[in-house]
Ligand binder design. Structure first.
Ligand code: ADP
Ligand code: MG
Length: 565
């Protein structure tokens, strides 16, 4: 008699994920997904267990961005899914690939008020590219393949698969299982040649062309062709916050230090993998010149013409790497003759002003001088950093203070300005880029959203250096006098505890904690944090009155609005 071999649902899921190339999963286990995580571990997939699904889902999105394939997040149903929605929103708004998997009710108990039951597929459908509940255990692997592929192909985004408890615990005869296939790279396409010619002519006719590099260019791994194009054509460029490093910040063609001046004056823009949303002031005056012509390159045709729609006719739909090759071929003999002297002068003035601020030694410490000390320590210790930054002023000022020389080496609050991504992102960065050290520049408020994930990092053996710019509050800080006896009930809404010892949280979970109030203390602490191979928090007590310098802030307009409210 023939003996039938069986495979458990949990093992089937683990094998499917392994076949799809998944080697790391971020999540939190509970009933009914413990078996799934354990089967994955047995299969050779690393499982990183978090303390809150929110951070786990953020970590998975960052891992997707850094590796160019969907990050996977595994959680329980009900509350686990609701917490993980944070990452789903983050993935959609940033166009990062993410696959979320969650346990769900036994098929026989659906709609009966089962354990942690909510209709996850219905809830997530509007926010995902695909959300499905496999109809049977035998169809579970192909549902996983579909969800993984849809997160990955086209414009990257979030997908979701329900894992019913009875499927996880069920078994299937091995003769019913089939291996999964997936093209190793997402298919790519180039732009329409008629439009390429039109774009090339526009660039030729420009009085001042400008390239704006967005995070889509970083995600699309288009750095080689963009670097070549910009250097050969000698065109000035501006990176968006996460587009930094696609072309090194140190390039003489980088006009980030004269951002407002170059945006006001350029008449033709080549926009690579960036949307004309709030980060780029909708491409509209007064930040942009009235009538500026924008050649937008994007993988999603739906994006072309969004805001400043008269530019839709110049849009190029295709993969940035391929489109850059097309444009280079069409502009072979072209070189921009000379960058206006006024722009070079504006850049010089702004660089000198920020250097002066960085060199100013005052106590309590300022953001600018603290960043100079940290930066010097990074150079002195030969650290290869991957920057993670969040917070309002802490992030704004850090963006220009820390140069980024390689693509995908800077993660921040992103398109949704999400606070709380920091430690999850740093964990993902440590796993995705083991040759780099996550260097986190965090506002004290932003850090608070995910402080417990320090334990995840220490338990997982993932060293990182975390600098907390502690000004006792959200946005600008709160002065010590506000905390005088009896005034607790009248603290401003932006207040946090006075000089909270965030460094001690690190010590409590097996990391290292250091406190720094002076330049000397910060220098020593930074050197330790960058070299000790541990999860280290440096609690930097800064001047609560230290405000952002608006002319350098990415967000000057938005922030003024917020502060005038
Ligand atoms: P930023 O915040 O840097 O301005 P956005 O997140 O607004 O960047 O925009 C990124 C854009 O890049 C998205 O519209 C996305 O569709 C696009 N994109 C992602 N990958 C590619 C690629 N390989 N080729 C072309 N466009 C891409
Ligand atoms: Mg603060």
């Amino acid at each position: 008699m023939a003996v039938t071999a069986y495979v458990s649902g949990a093992n089937l899921i683990a094998s499917a994920l392994y076949d799809l190339g998944v080697r790391v999963i971020f999540g939190i286990v509970g009933i009914p997904v413990i078996e799934v995580a354990d089967a994955c571990i047995e299969k050779g997939i690393r499982f990183i267990g978090f303390r809150n699904e929110q951070s786990a889902s953020y970590a998975a999105t960052a891992y997707g961005y850094l590796t160019g394939r969907p990050g996977v997040c595994l959680v329980v149903g009900g509350p686990g899914v609701l917490h993980a929605i944070a990452g789903i929103g983050n993935s959609t708004s940033n166009c990062f690939p993410l696959l979320v998997l969650a346990g769900s009710s036994e098929s026989s108990q659906v709609h009966k008020g089962a354990f942690q039951e909510i209709d996850q597929v219905s809830i997530l459908t509007p926010f995902t590219k695909f959300a499905g509940r496999p109809p049977s255990l035998s169809l579970l692997p192909s549902t996983l393949e579909k969800a993984f592929r849809l997160a990955y192909y086209g414009r990257p985004g979030a997908t979701y698969v329900d894992l019913p408890a009875d499927f996880i615990q069920g078994t299937l005869g091995t003769q019913e299982t089939k291996p999964l296939y997936l093209a190793s790279e997402a298919p790519q396409f180039a732009a329409d040649m008629t439009r390429i010619k039109k774009a090339a002519n526009l660039i030729r006719s420009a009085k001042l062309p400008l390239v704006i590099i967005g995070k889509g260019a970083a995600y699309g791994r288009a750095e080689d062709s963009i670097r070549e194009f910009i250097t050969e054509k000698s065109i000035p460029f501006l990176p968006t916050p996460m587009g930094k490093g696609v072309v090194p910040d140190s390039s003489p063609l980088n006009f980030a230090a004269a951002r407002s001046a170059v945006l006001r004056t350029c008449d033709v823009i080549l926009l690579l993998g960036g949307r004309l949303n709030w980060i780029l002031h909708y491409g509209e005056p007064p930040k942009f010149r009235d009538g500026v012509k924008i050649i937008q390159v994007d993988i999603a045709s739906e994006e072309i013409g969004n805001n400043n729609s008269r530019n839709a006719e110049y849009g190029l739909v295709g993969d940035i790497g391929l489109v850059m090759k097309q444009l280079s071929a069409e502009l072979q003999d072209y070189k921009f003759p000379s960058i206006p002297k006024a722009l070079i002068a504006a850049k010089k003035v702004n660089v000198a002003a920020s250097q002066k601020k960085a060199n100013d030694v005052v106590l309590p410490l300022t953001y600018q001088h603290s960043y100079k000390i940290i930066k010097d320590a990074i150079h002195a210790t030969n650290t290869k950093p991957i920057y993670v930054s969040e917070g309002a002023n802490a992030m704004d000022i850090a963006r220009s203070a820390f140069d980024v020389e390689e693509p995908r080496q800077r993660l921040d609050a992103g398109t949704m300005a999400t606070m709380g991504v920091g430690i999850g992102y740093a964990i993902a960065a440590a796993v995705a880029c083991p040759d780099r050290l996550p260097v986190c520049i965090e506002g004290d408020s932003a850090f608070g959203f995910s402080a417990m994930e320090l334990e995840t990092a220490t338990r997982s053996g993932l060293p990182m250096a975390i600098f907390i710019m502690n000004n006792n509050g959200v946005y600008h800080g709160v002065e010590p006098t506000a905390y005088s006896a009896g005034s607790e009930n009248r603290l401003p809404s932006t207040a946090l505890g006075f000089e909270t010892r965030y460094d001690m949280i690190a010590e409590a979970v097996g990391g290292k904690g250091l406190l720094a109030r002076t330049p000397e203390e910060l220098k020593e602490a930074a050197t330790t944090a960058l070299t000790n191979g541990a999860v280290t928090v440096v609690n930097v007590i800064i001047d609560p009155g230290a405000k952002t310098k608006l002319e350098f802030a990415w967000l000057a307009n938005t922030k003024q609005k917020a502060e005038s409210k």
